[in-house]
Design a protein around this ligand. Structure first.
Ligand code: SF4
Ligand code: MG
Length: 339
């Protein structure tokens, strides 16, 4: 049984102007100790997916359908109190902005002790010792001193290390990290990612890493899920996705990676922009930006504009694209579109 099993998840926002479909038919699973990347440009619905797992979706957002099972337990119907127990304890979150987690008026030690005491029967002294230990695990220099400091007294990188220490505080099974390093300097980004990877491996914690950066995903995760306009459009083993992406959107993301360009070459950005979730194009939502939405004769591929593509299996990946389907059906051994 998978540790986390998300099936046909449907999330909507009931706005005055009408209902916005933020997530459509999202399915994925996560095994114990596994690291999954969720990638896409901003507005693809990645963060909504992350927040929904812990039912942190704020009104007017709501789960309109589907299921989220953690360790066999359905989370979508769980009472707030029961969910609170799982949150932090079994599944913890790391946000892009450390200040979303840290309380500015409490010292680091106070917040860590408070968090431990909220979930465990434990003395303040023991809680403080556990906190100290966690700070050591994330290689915080002079950890005793840090316990008495306030968030504003620490650098961004240091704060994010503390967030990781807090995320690990209750020995969770899963950490969900939403763009955990985007707000940091590039050099510190790499350090924090390496640390997160090291700790997840060491403690057998599963990781859901939400990011716009396929480069980070390729370093850290074993499986990748690519999202576009509220849907998953490709998923599979990270290595296969990076080396042999099938979906034109994923190919576009990979071609836009700085490390894929030769020096001096301009990066190949995907033309156009992600549509707003309130106004997604019919058929394949990517079609206005897709150079394959025309067939070999230059005619619009009929299905791309009219029919939402279902998943087709290519290699070990699942891809939602009409063209890939055509290729796979024509030649089951074909490895997809040529790049
Ligand atoms: Fe492009 Fe059509 Fe595939 Fe969408 S379904 S990615 S428009 S070829
Ligand atoms: Mg986001």
């Amino acid at each position: 049984m998978a540790l986390l099993e998300v099936t046909n998840l449907d999330v909507r926002f009931a706005l005055r102007q009408g209902e916005v479909r933020a997530l459509r038919d999202i399915s994925f699973s996560l095994d114990r100790g596994e690291r999954l990347g969720i990638v896409g440009e901003s507005g693809a619905g990645k963060s909504v997916a992350a927040f929904t797992i812990l039912n942190l979706i704020a009104k007017p957002g709501y789960i309109a359908g589907g299921s989220i099972r953690f360790d066999g337990q359905e989370l979508t119907t769980l009472k707030p109190k029961a969910l609170q127990k799982i949150r932090g304890n079994k599944i913890s979150m790391i946000f892009q902005d450390p200040m979303m987690t840290l309380n500015p008026v409490l010292s680091i030690g106070e917040q860590m002790v408070e968090c431990l005491k909220a979930h465990r029967r434990i003395s303040t002294r023991d809680a403080r010792n556990i906190a100290l230990n966690k700070l050591r695990q994330v290689y915080i220099p002079s950890p005793e001193k840090r316990l008495d400091q306030y968030p504003h007294e620490l650098s961004g990188g240091m704060r994010q290390r503390i967030i990781i220490a807090i995320a690990l505080l209750l020995d969770p099974d899963i950490i969900i990290a939403d763009e955990p390093t985007t707000a940091l300097d590039v050099t510190i980004q790499a350090e924090i990612m390496t640390l997160l990877l090291e700790l997840c491996e060491k403690h057998n914690v599963a990781l859901v890493l939400i990011t716009h950066d396929l480069g980070v995903v390729s370093q850290v995760t074993q499986r990748t899920l690519v999202m576009y306009a509220g849907r998953v459009i490709e998923q599979g083993p990270t290595r296969e996705i990076i080396n042999d992406a099938q979906h034109p959107y994923t190919q576009g993301l990979i071609n836009a990676l700085p490390q894929m360009a030769t020096p001096g070459q301009r990066l190949n950005q995907i033309p156009g922009a992600m549509p707003s979730l309130a106004n997604t194009p019919p058929g394949c939502a990517f079609h206005p930006r897709c150079s394959f939405s025309m067939d070999d004769e230059g005619n619009p591929r009929r299905d791309c504009r009219g029919l939402v593509p279902g998943f087709v299996t290519s290699g070990n990946c699942h891809v939602a694209c009409h063209m890939v389907r055509d290729l796979v059906e024509r030649d089951p051994h074909d490895s997809g579109p040529s790049k």
